[in-house]
Design a binder for this molecule. Structure first.
Ligand SMILES: NC(=O)c1ccc[n+]([C@@H]2O[C@H](COP(=O)([O-])OP(=O)(O)OC[C@H]3O[C@@H](n4cnc5c(N)ncnc54)[C@H](OP(=O)(O)O)[C@@H]3O)[C@@H](O)[C@H]2O)c1
Length: 262
């Protein structure tokens, strides 16, 4: 039974046995940690990114820990590729119960007076339109089955002014509004929609640009005194896609070491 419609203590667990989950951005830091966590709790997981090599590396880790995984190279901004992804997941694993739209991460700071329309469009495509396009591909089957759990990815950049580009902040704020809208639109059809808003989660890009000392100093600036780790986000994702959160929809969850308190 899907975590979306279930009522009663037996359904309110983190167990995902028999479920099919899709994690876009599954080759990245947060997506890989989430795929590992969902697989460890019994879900068969499809992981999605544009480049095959990093996907295969994550798939090997999931398999080695006993999980079922399907790596799919696809671009989440492309409607035909997301429609094909939905068909491929259904054919190989079954219809998706869980959809985590985590692809993105194009938050490089750009002064707005130097921003170009082309880059603005690229960022909103990568962060916001990709979320819509992915949800659009999986939603009809979820509606047919009257069940599904969707988890989208925003950022603390959407919650308060920060160091990203304005385009990224606006696009991620759009993800929050889109998610809340979906949650209201489809609650009565058995579909839950929630959204994550992390801040400063250590990933490959951060390690490339910042020394260990700079990362430690950045972490010190957070009320909880450290940077976030991909597993911090994965734990929240696991909760929000499982039956343990079966009466939660329309939430934006800040994962920010206490930086954002709303
Ligand atoms: N790390 C943070 O501090 C932080 C904070 C707030 C929010 N977030 C958000 O969390 C998500 C994951 O971040 P992360 O730190 O895990 O980043 P990451 O390690 O750079 O991973 C990004 C993932 O998204 C995939 N991706 C990007 N564009 C794609 C597209 N058009 N189609 C398909 N896949 C695409 C990448 O694979 P390919 O490049 O191979 O396509 C990769 O798997 C992003 O949405 C990001 O905005 C991150």
């Amino acid at each position: 039974m899907s975590g979306s419609g279930a009522v009663g203590a037996s359904s309110q667990t983190l167990n995902l046995e028999g479920r099919v989950a899709v994690v876009t951005g599954g080759s990245g830091a947060i997506g890989a940690a989430t795929a590992m966590a969902l697989a460890a709790h019994g879900a068969a997981v499809a992981i999605v990114g544009r480049n095959r090599e990093p996907l295969e590396a994550v798939a090997e880790r999931v398999s080695a820990s006993g999980g079922t995984v399907l790596p799919v190279a696809a671009d989440c901004t492309s409607q035909p590729e997301m429609e094909a992804l939905s068909e491929q997941v259904t054919a190989h694993l079954g219809p998706a119960d869980v959809l985590c739209t985590f692809a993105g991460g194009d938050g490089m700071p750009v002064p707005t007076n130097e921003e170009t329309v082309a880059h603005w469009r690229q960022v909103t495509d990568s962060e916001l339109t990709s979320t819509f396009v992915t949800v659009r591909a999986f939603l009809p089957a979820m509606l047919d089955r009257h069940a599904g759990t969707i988890l989208t990815m925003a950022s603390s950049a959407a919650r308060q002014a920060a160091g990203s580009s304005a385009a990224y902040a606006a696009a991620k704020a759009g993800v929050i509004a889109f998610s809340r809208h979906l949650a209201g639109e489809y609650a009565r059809q058995g579909i839950r929609v929630n959204c994550l808003a992390p801040s400063a989660i250590e990933n490959e890009r951060m390690r490339r640009w910042m020394s260990a000392e700079q990362r430690r100093a950045l972490g010190e600036a957070f009320p909880l005194g450290r940077l976030g780790q991909p597993d911090d986000v994965a734990a929240a994702a696991l909760f929000l896609v499982s039956g343990a959160s079966s009466w939660i929809t329309g939430l934006t969850l800040d994962i920010s070491g206490g930086k954002v308190m709303v």
